[in-house]
Ligand binder design. Structure first.
Ligand code: HEC
Length: 198
């Protein structure tokens, strides 16, 4: 029996006890108690009837090196990372957005070279647009581009290359990142993943 069903049965019992008190007991104080018990029991049942939702963080993407055969496979993984672990979509939009806190990345793969993209992710402070700078007078954009290869986002090199593949693909460019650049994880990492998966 699920936890909710168990609680519902308990709630029904409580209501039942209240009804029994009202039916069989004449003492006024106990009748008031019985009435209160019924009301509380019904409230509990209604509350338990509301669908229970838990918002869990998205499951961590497992970077399955073996599944990557083509540049398009990399872009597909990069897309997932862009919207999940990489947290890029928290700040960046793809296409114009009202809530722009950061540069719109639409067409970025065509605008920037692969090397510049890589630098933007791993040394974000190396080149900063005037609009996005953090020093001096107040600016329009409060966010700062994080180091994508360091904590807390901490993407691996494989993951960064995949994100670049995605940025190029969604800009209509040919992907210049090749699956052969993906490095196989060392054994210990694989062992740890198995331990996690259990
Ligand atoms: C906390 C907000 C934030 C997050 C998260 C973030 N960025 Fe940025 N990003 C910025 C800001 C602010 C800038 C502009 C500063 C600059 O010019 O370097 C920027 C700049 C960039 C640029 C350079 C844009 C250009 O026109 O030169 C690229 C590319 C980029 N981000 C990609 C990404 C990717 C890919 C991710 C996810 C892996 C990501 N960003 C996550 C805030 C963020």
């Amino acid at each position: 029996m699920s936890e909710v069903a168990l609680l519902q049965v308990i709630g029904l019992c409580v209501v039942g006890i209240g009804v029994a008190i009202l039916l069989f007991i004449k003492a006024r104080f106990l009748r008031v108690v019985g009435f209160v018990v019924i009301v509380l029991g019904i409230f509990a049942l209604i509350a338990l009837g509301v669908p229970q939702m838990a918002s869990l963080p998205p499951a961590e993407e497992v970077f399955d090196v073996a599944s990557i055969k083509t540049p398009a496979d990399m872009a597909a993984i990069g897309q997932k990372i862009f919207f999940s672990k990489g947290q890029c979509a928290l700040c960046h939009s793809i296409g114009p957005s009202e809530a722009a806190r950061c540069p719109d990345l639409k067409g970025i793969g065509a605008k920037l070279t692969r090397e510049f993209l890589y630098e933007s992710l791993t040394q974000p402070q190396a080149y900063i647009y005037k609009d996005f700078r953090h020093e001096g007078p107040p600016k329009d954009y409060p966010a700062r581009m994080p180091y994508i290869n360091k904590n807390p986002i901490g993407l691996s090199n494989n993951e960064i290359l995949s994100v670049i593949a995605f940025l190029q693909q969604m800009s209509g460019e040919s992907i210049t990142v090749s699956p052969s650049e993906i490095v196989q994880p060392v054994k210990t990492a694989a062992v740890m993943q198995v331990a996690h998966a259990r």
